[in-house]
Design a binder for this molecule. Structure first.
Ligand code: FBP
Length: 260
């Protein structure tokens, strides 16, 4: 893997992805009149403040035009609804690498529920995708989310998230997307555990702007590549304002990460 492999979805060795796969994961309950239309999300993405926009294939097919849109497309390859409340979830593969390439994807993502009874099914699918994605020169992002009875109550713990990060490295992920532990010191260990696999942090449920900006500043001191944010941008009454502030923190920071 050469130094420039991630350059298509990064800027100054940093990343800010706009996540919009919640329509599948959470349903329209996450949306209001301002953000239910994927075309409006693409308008936010196209401001140039983001290094990638994350869609499932159906949205990409109907709204994203690789000839027109400049924001790199990241296709989420698996997913599920939250209607079935499985204690040990499985997220099936819904899109192939070939389809993602046809849709104009510049990177692909896949969720592994680390600790779920069905973890081995997901790691196996991920391993197959890793071969395919890298053959096509596509970065592979692992949504490494601890879930299931084996990790109940420990979903944000330093040890379990460090394990999830390490699993991503072991499996050949280029980036792992993780929830935050909640404090800088413990998350530094999580980032260290990922080694040369980069880390982006999940935005999570909508909080107030000031809190979210502080969270971003904290997270950036831990050595991460950046953030993948959805609800904290498009559920905000002023998505462009918060996106601009986030991008200033992430990209205009004097601390430029070294290429590895
Ligand atoms: P948010 O910034 O809105 O949290 O989006 C990040 C994300 O990983 C989405 O890609 C995904 O739909 C969602 O969170 C899944 O969240 P959860 O599994 O916690 O419901």
């Amino acid at each position: 893997m050469n130094d420039n492999f991630l350059s298509v979805i990064t800027k100054n060795y940093r990343a800010l992805f706009l996540a919009y796969d919640q329509g599948m994961e959470h349903g329209p309950a996450d949306f209001n009149d301002e953000n239910i239309d994927p075309a409006k999300i693409l308008e936010i993405a196209e401001t140039g403040l983001f290094t990638g926009v994350i869609f499932q294939k159906g949205i990409a097919e109907k709204y994203y035009n690789p000839q027109v849109h400049k924001t790199p497309l990241i296709i989420k390859l698996n997913g599920k609804t939250n209607l079935v409340k499985d204690k040990d979830p499985y997220s099936p593969l819904l899109c192939t690498i070939e389809e993602a390439v046809k849709l104009g994807a510049k990177a692909v993502g896949y969720t592994i529920y680390v600790g779920s009874e069905f973890e081995s099914q997901m790691t196996k699918e991920f391993a197959e995708l890793e071969q395919e994605a890298h053959k096509q020169n596509l970065p592979l992002i692992g949504w490494m989310y601890p879930r299931g009875k084996a990790v109940a109550g420990k979903e944000n713990s330093k040890e379990i998230l460090a394990y999830a990060a390490r699993l991503g490295l072991e499996l050949g992920a280029d980036i792992v997307k993780l929830p935050y532990t909640g404090d800088i010191e413990s998350f530094k260990w999580v980032v260290k555990s990922a080694g040369r696999c980069k880390v982006v942090v999940q935005g999570g449920v909508k909080t107030n702007q000031q809190e979210f900006l502080k969270f971003t500043q904290d997270v950036l001191t831990t050595g991460v590549l950046g953030l993948a944010v959805g609800r904290n941008i498009w559920q905000d009454p002023n998505p462009l304002e918060i996106a601009k502030q986030l991008s200033e923190i992430i990209f205009d920071n004097n601390v430029i990460l070294e290429s590895q």
